[in-house]
Design a protein around this ligand. Structure first.
Ligand code: GLN
Length: 199
């Protein structure tokens, strides 16, 4: 059975580890290139992407992360983790680096001041019809996706199509919101299925 690591530089690491344990998935915290080598797939948690970017560089993880993702390791990023998996970001700091891998442009802190944090039901493709209770905390949204990217979910927003908040490209998945906080394991289960499909 595959091991799914959780990048443990910063953010809500314990919450993701707990969900994976609930699902009976072998997991562990990833804090070094050696740890990264030992996992089959990776979750990048929510937190603060600027800090995560700095720490990834300091721990010698940014290049190994880029290599593993480029080599096809499945990864799932939530919120700050979504930012880390974006090929392009808007509203980042000058020295902010991402791992990349998903052909998309993500805007940091996109929902603005009035709505720093909110909760809403979102339909997500691939997990059944029941809306997912999605928690957004200073969340990004996706402003552009490339042709290889499948949009899995949106929230209402300017324009007919709304704002993109969940995407999939091959083995790489990202959500603007935090499914590790609500006890609904459907999105983690979707990722576990993706990981097993890649094995
Ligand atoms: N605003 C944070 C960032 O830009 C993300 C917030 C979160 O992960 N909840 O990194």
């Amino acid at each position: 059975a595959p091991t799914i690591g959780v990048l443990a530089l910063q953010g809500d690491v314990a919450e993701h580890v707990a969900v994976l344990e609930t699902l009976g998935v072998s997991t562990g915290k990833v804090l070094s290139p050696e740890h990264l080598d030992s996992v089959d797939a990776l979750i990048i948690p929510g937190g603060e992407s600027t800090t995560m970017s700095k720490l990834a560089r300091r721990y010698g993880l940014i290049d190994p992360l880029r290599k593993r993702v480029a080599a096809g390791m499945p990864a799932y990023g939530t919120c700050a983790g979504m930012i880390m998996l974006a090929d392009e970001i808007l509203g980042g700091t000058a020295d902010q680096e991402t791992v990349g891998g998903i052909d998309m442009t993500v805007r940091r802190n996109a929902f603005g001041r009035q709505t720093e944090s909110f909760e809403t039901g979102v339909r997500i493709d691939g997990i059944g019809d029941e809306p997912f209770d999605a928690v957004f905390i200073r969340a990004p949204w996706v402003e552009r996706v490339g042709p290889e990217v499948t949009v899995l979910g949106r929230v209402p927003g300017p324009g007919e199509a709304g704002r993109i908040v969940a995407v999939l490209q091959g083995g790489l998945m990202a959500t603007s919101f935090h499914p590790e906080l609500t006890g609904d394991t459907r999105i983690h289960r979707l990722f576990v299925d993706i990981v097993k499909g890649h094995a």
